[in-house]
Structure formats: structure tokens, C-alpha cells
Design a binder for this molecule. Structure first.
Ligand code: ATP
Length: 445
């Protein structure tokens, strides 16, 4: 489908649930440099976004947290970083060439297009018109390799990141001497020719996934499935400002090899899938590649390992963390009506601490710069001397900076500064020499 034709495609179930918060977050993201529409000076390109200076910091923090939690806080997990383009046979083996399809219906009257499986009434949700029969589209993104016309090889940008983990399974076992049960993780880009790109970062054509493939014996699948389901939910709950908005959705329609599948949802929308994959993936790749992908355990038992997969969206998590943290004051909390605060978890906030001189004169700016330099060697920090202190606090609240240090006249007398907490707006006076420890304790909590 060409790009123009997808412009009027709508995802109805989301459209209803979309609240103001997403629209407000979109505008904040652009204004403050979290996320920009892709190719904007050319009028944009649907389903593609760029992360700006603050967005890239926040996304990096998020990915580091996930990676460190997986590989350092769990035994037996190692990572890979696989190629985006693989041998095209991979997508035959995985079933994507045959079944990675979305049904699409078009309204005969207004020509809006919809994902057929999301239409509740059989009529056009926009004008009530009659819809065409669903047609299916494969959503793998093809590409061509080679330079000579007629000799080019058709390949695909990966439709999901996890496939390279299966391809590298044997290399990892042989090179790292991993023993079952163990996991391989990866964070990487995936590409889909989505027929309904939209809702900001929720449904893009290029996005990032974080995946764990946990390899175990078939008799232990139930145990590990439940373990990872609880573990992943616990991780998300520790990050979100309003963890009660997270929940599970259990799938009723399952793939033939699956015994169970759950989505972790934020406000009813999927951010991660926990999948029982059995031995399907490795068996398929063994069949299509002709390679023996058996694992041999210490007792000599040979088997194709079973897999529990946790596959989540970095961008969806990023977007919902912003939506969740976004707060516009009604004036009752000591802020001015309309003032925006992002109550982001300090661990993922793009900037941890801002440093201000109360005024530029009398040596305050020099002192503040000195303090800023000692903080920025440990934490992502910023320095701001322009505008009133109130305005400077507001600028930082709006981007989720959890702490602001102010240098005033007392600083010059006794080497202390005030440190203000974004959420409570309370200020404490602490010694300059204690600032980094203070930040460390608060941020690592
Ligand atoms: P959906 O049903 O919403 O299309 P999915 O079930 O196809 O998602 P998976 O294939 O399980 O998604 O991918 C794992 C994760 O990747 C999802 O939970 C989601 O967070 C993320 N994801 C999938 N498609 C997109 C997309 N088009 N844009 C952004 N993130 C996506």
C-alpha cells in the first residue's frame, strides 16, 4: 500500500480510548525535545519518529535498566545484538511469510480503512457506510540486496527482533557454555508494514523491542512461564508512577503450539507479551535449516528446548511512562494552574539534577558552575541561570528532572545549597560535599 492510502486508516479500539493525555504528551514531546515526527521538514512519514535530545537520554536509561535487570539481577542470562536483515528463509521458517498478515476493510462511502478484526458492528465506525470484504496484507517490510537489476535478492527487515536469538541459540550454547535453564536477551529494532500506524509511538512501522527467550525443559515450562509473568509485571510496576493501571490480559485464541499467553497492559493496551512457545521456534529452524538444534544435558538427554518468551515494546513503554507521569496542576498543590510536572521515576528521568545560581552576580554563577561540573561527572545534569528561579523550577518539572540545586548567598558563607524535590517541592539545605551522595541514594532507591 502506498503511504497516502494509509493516512486515513484508523484503529478504532484505540481511538475511543485515546484520552487527552496522549495528545498533551505528543505536544510536550515536540516542544521539549523528547520525540519529533520523522522527516518532518518533508511533511513527515507516517509511522516513523525521531527521538530528540531528552528522548534519547530517557530511552537509553530505560533500555539500560531493562538490560541490567535482565543480565545482572538474574542468573544465566546473556545478551546478543543480531542483524536486522537475515537470510530470507528465516521468515519462511518462522511462519511470517505465510501468516504475518492483517485483514483490512475499506468503507465504500468515505473510503476510510480499518483493521477488520477491530470493527465491532460490521459497519464503518466513521460514517456507518458499508465495508468491503476483508483483504489481507503481509506486514513484513521487504528490501532488495545486490546492485544488478534482475540479480537482486529479496530479503526482509526483521518483523520481530527475537528471531535472531533462535538463530544464535547454538552459537551461544557452544561459546558461553550456558546450561539449561538459561536466557538470551536482545534489544533491537523491528519493522512492520502496519496498516494502521498511529497513536503516536504505539503503532509505528519502525520500533524497538526488548525480548527474553528463556530456554528450559518441557517439564519445567509451567513453572518458568509463571515465574516470568510475575517477574515482568513486578518490573513494570516498579517503574510506573501509577502501577495500578497495569494489568494482565489472558489470550483465549492461542497459536497451536502455545498453552498460554498473557499481555501486560497499561490502561488496557498491550505493552508486552508473555508467550508459551514450546519447542516450536527451534524445531522450525532445525527443519528449515537442516541443522541439528538439539540440546544435550549433563545426563545425556537430547531434546529441543522449550521457550518462554517475554517480548515488549520499548517505545510503547516509553510513551505510556510519559502519559502516566504527566500531571497538569489544577492549582491546589501549590503550583500554578496549568503547570506541567512529569512525575517520572528518577531512574529514567533524562536529567537527574539541575543547578541554578540564585542570580548571576556576586560570584554565585561561578560557584554554581563549579557545583554543576562536579555533579555532571556522576549524573546527567544541566545548568540554568536564565529567568526567575520559579520559572527555572517549572522548566525542570516539565521534563521530569527530580532534583534542583540552588546556589544562594548562604552557599558562599557555609558551603551549603538547597536541593528541591520535584514531587513534594520541598527544599532541604545540604552540604555541597553531600550532594552527589544524596542524589545517589534518592535515585538508586
Ligand atoms: P499488536 O497486537 O498491538 O499488533 P503484537 O501482539 O503483534 O502487538 P508482538 O508481536 O507480540 O506484538 O510484539 C511484542 C511487542 O512489540 C508488543 O507488545 C508491543 O509493545 C511492541 N510492538 C508491536 N508492534 C508494534 C508497533 N507497530 N509499534 C510499536 N510497538 C510495537
Amino acid at each position: 500500500m502506498d503511504d497516502k492510502k494509509t493516512d486515513n486508516v484508523i484503529e478504532p479500539s484505540f481511538a475511543k480510548a485515546t484520552d487527552d493525555a496522549i495528545a498533551k504528551v505528543v505536544s510536550l514531546c515536540k516542544r521539549r525535545g523528547f520525540v519529533f515526527p520523522g522527516s518532518e521538514i518533508y511533511g513527515g512519514f507516517q509511522g516513523f519518529y525521531d527521538f530528540g535530545p531528552l528522548g534519547v537520554e530517557m530511552k537509553q536509561n530505560l533500555k539500560n535498566l531493562w538490560w541490567n535487570w535482565m543480565t545482572k539481577e538474574h542468573d544465566n542470562i546473556v545478551g546478543i545484538d543480531g542483524a536486522i536483515i537475515t537470510n530470507p528463509k528465516v521468515w519462511e521458517a518462522s511462519g511470517h511469510i505465510k501468516s504475518f498478515v492483517d485483514p483490512l476493510s475499506e468503507c465504500k462511502k468515505c473510503h476510510h480503512r480499518f483493521k477488520s478484526d477491530e470493527i465491532e458492528s460490521g459497519k464503518c465506525p466513521d460514517c456507518g457506510g458499508e465495508l468491503t470484504e476483508p483483504r489481507t496484507y503481509n506486514i513484513l517490510v521487504p528490501t532488495e540486496l545486490g546492485v544488478i537489476e534482475g540479480e537482486k535478492t529479496r530479503a526482509f527487515l526483521r518483523g520481530e527482533a527475537c528471531q535472531t536469538i533462535y538463530l544464535d541459540f547454538q552459537n551461544v550454547v557452544n561459546s558461553s557454555r550456558m546450561k539449561i535453564p538459561f536466557g538470551i536477551v536482545q534489544i533491537g529494532k523491528a519493522f512492520r508494514n502496519e496498516i494502521t500506524p498511529g497513536n503516536f509511538l504505539y503503532r509505528q512501522r519502525e520500533f524497538e523491542q526488548w525480548d527474553l527467550q528463556w530456554f528450559c525443559h518441557e517439564r519445567e515450562m509451567e513453572k518458568w512461564f509463571e515465574f516470568w509473568r510475575a517477574e515482568r509485571m513486578g518490573w513494570y510496576k516498579s517503574l510506573f508512577t501509577n502501577p495500578e493501571k497495569l494489568g494482565f490480559f489472558q489470550h483465549e485464541k492461542l497459536a497451536h503450539y502455545a498453552k498460554n499467553a498473557f499481555d501486560i497492559q497499561y490502561d488496557g493496551k498491550e505493552i508486552e507479551g508473555i508467550h508459551w512457545r514450546g519447542d516450536w521456534d527451534l524445531s522450525q529452524h532445525a527443519k528449515f535449516s537442516g541443522q541439528n538444534l538439539n540440546y544435550v544435558d549433563d545426563d545425556g538427554e537430547k531434546y529441543i528446548p522449550n521457550i518462554v518468551e517475554t517480548s515488549g515494546g520499548v517505545d510503547r513503554t516509553f510513551m505510556f511512562l510519559l502519559v502516566d507521569a504527566y500531571d497538569e496542576s489544577d492549582g491546589s498543590d501549590g503550583r500554578d494552574t496549568g503547570d506541567i510536572t512529569l512525575h517520572l521515576n528518577p531512574k529514567i528521568a533524562p536529567i537527574k539534577c539541575a543547578v541554578f545560581p540564585l542570580m548571576k552576580k556576586n560570584g554565585l554563577a561561578e560557584k554554581a558552575e563549579e557545583i554543576y561540573k562536579s555533579i555532571r561527572s556522576c549524573f546527567s545534569a544541566t545548568y540554568d541561570e536564565s529567568g526567575s528561579i520559579g520559572r527555572r523550577y517549572r522548566r525542570q518539572d516539565e521534563i521530569g528532572t527530580p532534583f534542583c540545586v540552588t546556589v544562594d548567598f548562604q552557599t558562599l558563607k557555609d558551603e551549603t545549597v538547597t536541593i528541591r524535590d520535584r514531587d513534594t517541592m520541598k527544599q532541604e539545605r545540604i552540604k555541597i560535599s553531600e550532594v552527589n551522595n544524596y542524589l545517589f541514594e534518592k535515585i538508586s532507591k
